[in-house]
Design a protein around this ligand. Structure first.
Ligand code: 1CP
Length: 347
């Protein structure tokens, strides 16, 4: 029926190639510390991973931004580092320092569990998806996600985010083992994403947050090939949901190759990328998401207004999902999100 059911999910229409006007909007890290209600909820779990594995709390965190703002989509509340945890690696979140893991590169023999067993451990995350879908309005899209294999591998290899120097060194020094790690991550991630769609996720985003700084010779084996395998494995598993790829801070040549060769259905662009010049390279039909500077949600005012208009102009050549170029920061002001929504939708 017109206006009801799945057809009314604007983000899915944009992902199917429709130029929806005004574009659907969601914001990376829309659930998070900039919201006082998130900070209160977060205190109810002993640590961050426990929070991610508590379906009632995680579902509430996913829904909080939609209770406050008229966003077109909810994103599962979880983290990309649940996958290494499920693979049996130790993961913890030091307050104010970001994630930490026991680094594989310090070990003579790399051990991690079987993908099928790992994904069973992620069942609380899949239950969160089910809970969010059951509470989410029928016209809102639900996004499932995981980290890209290389991005998650960098955390597993060197034990933290930031500079990937030691992870890259491992690629040169222990290439076969890195290949096995990427294969295990690709399979686990495919099973994890398939379970999310089975639980009710409408579309999927693959966060390749550490696609940056790779030499040309490594982008293909570390980013493109594992992503292509991930997407084809998803299709083999019967998953039809569209997949958005986010190759953050890759060069425009690399983003173009990623768009052409991995099989992703849509591209999420980071803050520095230019939608109009990428459109000139890869055509007007690929849905593109992005890419307002998250700092503008801290600053607000005229710079925010100019930034929103600039993004709308830059993405006007094809299907667009309005988003940030990277996650919201804890300093963002919630009232600036209201302003952003008003600016995107006013005509
Ligand atoms: O309690 C807290 O506020 C801890 C901060 C936090 C939050 C809110 C972390 C730790 N993870 C999350 C949730 C999260 N992580 C979501 C939830 C859904 C939403 O968007 O609202 C998502 C999609 C992620 C994905 C994620 N985690 C990425 C990819 C996106 C990106 O930012 O590039 C990455 C790289 C991570 C690792 C991670 N987990 C947490 C932090 C602070 C980080 C990044 C730190 C780093 O290594 O630089």
């Amino acid at each position: 029926m017109e206006g009801e059911g799945v057809q009314s999910r604007k983000m899915l229409r944009a992902l199917a190639g429709e130029r929806v006007d005004p574009p659907p909007v969601w914001l990376m890290r829309q659930a998070g510390r900039y919201l006082p209600e998130y900070r209160a909820l977060r205190e109810r779990a002993r640590n961050f991973l426990e929070f991610c594995y508590a379906p009632a709390l995680a579902a509430e965190a996913s829904l909080q931004p939609l209770r406050r703002f008229d966003l077109d989509a909810a994103i599962l509340f979880s983290d990309i580092l649940t996958v290494p945890d499920a693979l049996g690696r130790r993961v913890w979140f030091a307050d104010g320092e970001g994630p930490r893991l026991d680094p594989l590169i310090a070990e003579a023999r790399w051990r991690f569990d079987e993908p099928v067993r790992a994904v069973q451990r992620l069942s609380p995350v899949h239950e969160t998806v089910e809970r969010v879908r059951s509470e989410l309005a029928v016209d809102r899209t639900l996004i499932g996600f995981a980290g890209g294999p290389w991005t998650v591998a960098t955390y597993m290899l060197q034990g933290e985010g930031g500079a990937k120097d030691r992870a890259r060194r491992a690629v040169y020094e222990r290439g076969d083992e890195v290949g096995e790690l990427l294969a295990a991550l690709t399979e686990t991630t495919a099973l994890h994403l398939a379970a999310q769609t089975k639980a009710g996720a409408d579309c999927l985003q693959v966060f390749e947050s550490w696609a940056e700084g790779l030499p040309q010779a490594l982008f293909e084996p570390l980013v493109i090939a594992p992503t292509r395998r991930l997407v084809s494995r998803l299709r083999e598993l019967g998953v039809q949901a569209p997949v958005i790829g986010f190759p953050r801070a890759a060069t425009s040549e690399q983003i173009e190759a990623y768009a052409r060769e991995t099989g992703v259905d849509a591209l999420s662009l980071d803050t520095a990328a230019s939608a109009s010049s990428l459109r000139a390279r890869i055509g007007s039909t690929t849905p593109m998401q992005g890419n307002l500077d998250p700092q503008l949600l801290v600053v607000g005012g005229t710079p925010l207004e100019q930034g929103v208009r600039q993004v709308l102009r830059d993405f006007a050549g094809g299907p667009h999902i309005f988003n940030l170029g990277h996650g919201i920061t804890p300093e963002a002001k919630p009232e600036n999100v209201d302003t952003l929504l008003r600016l995107v939708r006013e005509r």
